[in-house]
Design a protein around this ligand. Structure first.
Ligand SMILES: [Zn+2]
Length: 246
């Protein structure tokens, strides 16, 4: 069966002449496929199946195995390769996609979030911490880890100057109802940003700003929430932190 779609290459493994890639596609989520002879210089698919290429892809599917027949580049995020900080974040977004996106299921919003994140990372129009926080929290929200932060879990209070987020129960509490467990204090700006990331239309997802102080808190909250909920290690995230001092 032949299948034509678009996809972002989120993983590539090279061995001898061949390449194994994982593409994030809008209609079938993650697709793992072989690219025969991809490393031969003259192979026309070589440059369109590298990591972070967004390409038109044509697969051949036999039983459960996909082979990539044709690929032509729509966008290659070249600018990312000249900045190690940006590149490491881009690779982290790929690892998030690999760990959270579905297989053999629709993943259009997932793909759009990651592509938008890569665009903003490339053009430098948004703070890197904002891009990272938005990507983490929105991807978590669309993969079954949406926190319940509409109102205090105890008394339904909508907002206060300071509220408290529980990364384990995924709930928010006002100062009166806050349990005696370690929670993260969030101010109005951070809470507004978290609600925006979860509920906003995807076209407006990255369109907000925060003070430097609040951005630091937001970045820390979304990362702690990701680690608490998914209970795993992200090598690309550890690498990012090893080169960035924030
Ligand atoms: Zn309360």
């Amino acid at each position: 069966m032949r299948l034509s779609t678009k996809g972002l290459i989120v993983k590539e493994n090279n061995f001898s002449d061949d390449r194994l890639v994982v593409a994030l596609t809008p209609d079938r989520g993650l697709i793992k496929a072989f690219v025969r002879g991809a490393r031969r210089l003259k192979n026309r698919n070589a440059s369109s199946t590298g990591l972070l290429c967004y390409s038109d892809l044509t697969f051949f599917k036999y039983k459960d195995t996909y082979t990539l027949d044709e690929a032509s580049v729509i966008e290659v995020f070249f600018e990312l390769r000249s900045d190690i900080e940006k590149l490491s974040l881009a690779q982290y977004f790929c690892e998030l996609a690999l760990s959270l996106a579905p297989e053999e299921a629709e993943a259009e919003e997932f793909l759009r979030v990651v592509l938008n994140a890569l665009s903003f990372l490339s053009n430098g129009k948004r703070d890197k911490r904002l891009i990272k926080a938005v990507t983490e929290l929105r991807l978590l929200s669309i993969s079954g880890y949406m926190p319940d932060i509409v109102a205090c879990a105890g008394c339904s209070e909508y907002e206060q100057d300071e509220m408290f987020f529980d990364t384990v129960s995924a709930k928010i509490f006002c100062p009166k109802c806050k349990p005696e467990t370690p929670l993260i204090p969030v101010n109005r700006g951070v809470l507004f940003a978290m609600r925006h990331i979860i509920y906003s239309d995807i076209n407006k997802l990255f369109m907000f700003s925060l003070s430097d102080q609040s951005l630091k808190i937001l970045a820390s909250v979304t990362e702690k929430y990701l680690l608490a909920q998914t209970e795993r290690i992200y090598n690309t995230l550890d690498f990012y932190h090893s080169i960035v001092k924030e």
